[in-house]
Write a protein that binds this ligand. Structure first.
Ligand SMILES: [Zn+2]
Length: 200
Protein backbone atom coordinates (compact mmCIF):
# COMPACT_ATOMS: atom_id res chain seq x y z
CA UNK A 1 0.00 0.00 0.00
CA UNK A 2 2.85 2.39 0.85
CA UNK A 3 4.46 1.76 -2.53
CA UNK A 4 1.17 2.29 -4.34
CA UNK A 5 0.77 5.64 -2.57
CA UNK A 6 4.16 6.69 -3.92
CA UNK A 7 5.90 6.36 -0.59
CA UNK A 8 9.28 4.89 0.17
CA UNK A 9 8.60 1.98 2.54
CA UNK A 10 12.26 2.02 3.58
CA UNK A 11 12.03 5.58 4.86
CA UNK A 12 12.82 5.61 8.56
CA UNK A 13 9.41 6.70 9.77
CA UNK A 14 7.68 4.01 7.74
CA UNK A 15 9.90 1.04 8.53
CA UNK A 16 7.61 -0.40 11.17
CA UNK A 17 4.39 0.96 9.75
CA UNK A 18 3.23 -2.28 8.08
CA UNK A 19 3.65 -4.11 11.37
CA UNK A 20 1.84 -1.38 13.31
CA UNK A 21 -1.02 -1.24 10.84
CA UNK A 22 -1.44 -4.99 10.98
CA UNK A 23 -1.51 -4.92 14.75
CA UNK A 24 -4.00 -2.06 14.80
CA UNK A 25 -6.27 -3.74 12.27
CA UNK A 26 -6.23 -7.01 14.19
CA UNK A 27 -7.34 -5.15 17.30
CA UNK A 28 -9.95 -3.08 15.47
CA UNK A 29 -11.48 -6.22 13.98
CA UNK A 30 -11.12 -8.43 17.05
CA UNK A 31 -14.90 -8.65 17.23
CA UNK A 32 -14.76 -11.42 14.62
CA UNK A 33 -13.12 -13.78 17.06
CA UNK A 34 -15.01 -12.61 20.15
CA UNK A 35 -17.68 -14.98 21.35
CA UNK A 36 -20.88 -13.38 22.58
CA UNK A 37 -21.53 -16.14 25.10
CA UNK A 38 -18.06 -15.74 26.55
CA UNK A 39 -18.53 -11.98 26.77
CA UNK A 40 -21.85 -12.42 28.58
CA UNK A 41 -20.42 -15.21 30.68
CA UNK A 42 -22.24 -15.52 34.01
CA UNK A 43 -23.92 -12.17 33.56
CA UNK A 44 -27.44 -13.24 32.63
CA UNK A 45 -29.63 -13.07 35.72
CA UNK A 46 -33.14 -14.06 36.62
CA UNK A 47 -34.76 -11.01 38.19
CA UNK A 48 -38.30 -9.97 38.98
CA UNK A 49 -38.04 -6.60 37.28
CA UNK A 50 -40.05 -5.61 34.26
CA UNK A 51 -39.46 -1.91 33.80
CA UNK A 52 -37.34 -0.45 31.06
CA UNK A 53 -33.57 -0.86 31.45
CA UNK A 54 -31.51 1.74 29.59
CA UNK A 55 -27.78 1.97 29.07
CA UNK A 56 -26.98 5.11 27.15
CA UNK A 57 -23.95 6.94 25.80
CA UNK A 58 -21.91 3.84 25.10
CA UNK A 59 -18.92 5.02 23.07
CA UNK A 60 -18.01 2.87 20.11
CA UNK A 61 -15.44 2.89 17.33
CA UNK A 62 -15.89 0.89 14.17
CA UNK A 63 -14.60 0.72 10.60
CA UNK A 64 -16.82 1.21 7.58
CA UNK A 65 -16.56 -1.75 5.29
CA UNK A 66 -16.63 0.38 2.16
CA UNK A 67 -13.58 2.52 2.89
CA UNK A 68 -11.96 0.94 5.96
CA UNK A 69 -12.23 4.36 7.57
CA UNK A 70 -13.50 4.83 11.11
CA UNK A 71 -17.00 5.68 12.09
CA UNK A 72 -17.59 6.35 15.73
CA UNK A 73 -20.13 7.71 18.12
CA UNK A 74 -22.53 6.54 20.74
CA UNK A 75 -24.96 3.78 21.18
CA UNK A 76 -28.05 3.70 23.42
CA UNK A 77 -29.68 0.43 24.35
CA UNK A 78 -32.94 -0.28 26.15
CA UNK A 79 -34.91 -3.39 26.85
CA UNK A 80 -37.90 -4.44 28.89
CA UNK A 81 -37.04 -7.67 30.68
CA UNK A 82 -39.23 -10.70 30.90
CA UNK A 83 -37.60 -12.32 33.92
CA UNK A 84 -34.03 -12.14 32.61
CA UNK A 85 -31.54 -9.27 32.61
CA UNK A 86 -27.99 -8.76 31.34
CA UNK A 87 -25.37 -7.48 33.78
CA UNK A 88 -25.12 -3.77 32.99
CA UNK A 89 -21.35 -3.79 32.57
CA UNK A 90 -21.64 -6.44 29.85
CA UNK A 91 -23.72 -4.28 27.56
CA UNK A 92 -20.85 -2.03 26.39
CA UNK A 93 -18.81 -5.20 25.81
CA UNK A 94 -21.58 -6.50 23.60
CA UNK A 95 -21.41 -3.30 21.55
CA UNK A 96 -17.64 -3.80 21.14
CA UNK A 97 -18.12 -7.30 19.77
CA UNK A 98 -20.07 -5.89 16.83
CA UNK A 99 -18.25 -2.55 16.50
CA UNK A 100 -14.82 -4.16 16.16
CA UNK A 101 -15.47 -5.49 12.69
CA UNK A 102 -15.79 -4.10 9.20
CA UNK A 103 -19.28 -2.75 9.48
CA UNK A 104 -22.07 -0.63 8.25
CA UNK A 105 -23.87 1.22 10.99
CA UNK A 106 -27.28 -0.19 10.10
CA UNK A 107 -26.13 -3.79 10.42
CA UNK A 108 -24.27 -3.15 13.66
CA UNK A 109 -27.41 -1.60 15.17
CA UNK A 110 -29.50 -4.62 14.17
CA UNK A 111 -26.94 -7.15 15.37
CA UNK A 112 -26.84 -5.60 18.84
CA UNK A 113 -30.64 -5.59 19.11
CA UNK A 114 -31.01 -9.14 17.79
CA UNK A 115 -28.39 -10.44 20.19
CA UNK A 116 -30.12 -8.93 23.23
CA UNK A 117 -33.38 -10.45 22.02
CA UNK A 118 -31.82 -13.84 21.47
CA UNK A 119 -30.01 -13.98 24.81
CA UNK A 120 -32.70 -12.87 27.26
CA UNK A 121 -35.96 -12.92 25.30
CA UNK A 122 -37.15 -9.54 26.62
CA UNK A 123 -40.54 -8.00 25.84
CA UNK A 124 -38.76 -5.48 23.65
CA UNK A 125 -35.36 -4.13 22.65
CA UNK A 126 -34.39 -0.72 21.29
CA UNK A 127 -31.00 0.31 19.98
CA UNK A 128 -30.11 3.76 18.65
CA UNK A 129 -26.65 4.53 17.27
CA UNK A 130 -25.38 7.96 16.30
CA UNK A 131 -22.07 8.21 14.50
CA UNK A 132 -19.72 10.40 12.55
CA UNK A 133 -18.28 8.69 9.48
CA UNK A 134 -14.80 9.79 8.50
CA UNK A 135 -15.44 8.58 4.96
CA UNK A 136 -18.02 11.35 4.80
CA UNK A 137 -16.27 14.07 6.77
CA UNK A 138 -12.72 13.61 5.41
CA UNK A 139 -13.53 12.84 1.80
CA UNK A 140 -16.30 12.74 -0.73
CA UNK A 141 -19.19 14.94 0.30
CA UNK A 142 -17.14 16.43 3.15
CA UNK A 143 -20.21 17.03 5.27
CA UNK A 144 -18.20 17.68 8.37
CA UNK A 145 -21.01 18.16 10.79
CA UNK A 146 -23.30 15.44 9.58
CA UNK A 147 -23.81 12.25 11.46
CA UNK A 148 -25.88 9.18 10.88
CA UNK A 149 -28.60 7.94 13.19
CA UNK A 150 -29.78 4.37 13.02
CA UNK A 151 -32.26 2.50 15.14
CA UNK A 152 -33.58 -0.97 15.64
CA UNK A 153 -36.85 -1.41 17.53
CA UNK A 154 -38.05 -4.88 18.40
CA UNK A 155 -41.07 -6.20 20.31
CA UNK A 156 -42.91 -3.61 22.40
CA UNK A 157 -40.61 -0.85 21.19
CA UNK A 158 -41.88 -1.55 17.70
CA UNK A 159 -45.52 -2.19 18.53
CA UNK A 160 -46.09 0.43 21.24
CA UNK A 161 -45.48 4.06 20.28
CA UNK A 162 -45.59 5.20 23.91
CA UNK A 163 -42.81 2.82 24.95
CA UNK A 164 -40.75 3.92 21.98
CA UNK A 165 -41.32 7.61 22.77
CA UNK A 166 -40.42 7.09 26.41
CA UNK A 167 -37.10 5.59 25.35
CA UNK A 168 -36.39 8.34 22.82
CA UNK A 169 -37.20 10.99 25.43
CA UNK A 170 -34.88 9.38 27.97
CA UNK A 171 -31.91 9.31 25.63
CA UNK A 172 -32.52 12.80 24.28
CA UNK A 173 -30.05 15.41 25.44
CA UNK A 174 -28.18 18.37 24.03
CA UNK A 175 -25.50 17.30 21.60
CA UNK A 176 -21.98 17.77 22.90
CA UNK A 177 -20.42 20.87 21.50
CA UNK A 178 -17.65 20.28 19.03
CA UNK A 179 -17.62 17.49 16.52
CA UNK A 180 -21.37 17.10 16.29
CA UNK A 181 -22.12 20.82 16.19
CA UNK A 182 -23.25 22.49 19.38
CA UNK A 183 -26.65 23.28 20.64
CA UNK A 184 -28.99 21.23 18.56
CA UNK A 185 -31.05 18.56 20.18
CA UNK A 186 -29.74 15.18 19.16
CA UNK A 187 -32.89 13.49 17.96
CA UNK A 188 -34.31 16.52 16.25
CA UNK A 189 -31.12 16.98 14.25
CA UNK A 190 -31.41 15.96 10.63
CA UNK A 191 -30.05 12.48 10.28
CA UNK A 192 -28.08 11.44 7.26
CA UNK A 193 -30.25 9.18 5.09
CA UNK A 194 -29.76 5.47 5.82
CA UNK A 195 -26.93 3.80 3.83
CA UNK A 196 -24.58 5.69 6.21
CA UNK A 197 -21.54 6.18 4.06
CA UNK A 198 -21.79 6.15 0.33
CA UNK A 199 -20.05 3.23 -1.28
CA UNK A 200 -18.31 5.39 -3.84
ZN1 LIG B 1 -17.46 4.46 4.19
Amino acid sequence: MLVELGEDPLREGLLNTPMRVEKALRFLTSGYTADVDTVLNDALFTVDYNEMVIVKDIDFYSLCEHHLLPFFGRCHIAYIPQGRVIGLSKIPRLVEVFARRLQIQERMTNQIAETVREKIQPLGVAVVCEATHLCMSMRGVEKQNSFALTSSMLGTFQSDARTRMEFLELIKRPVLTGSLGGGASLLSATPVPAAGCSST
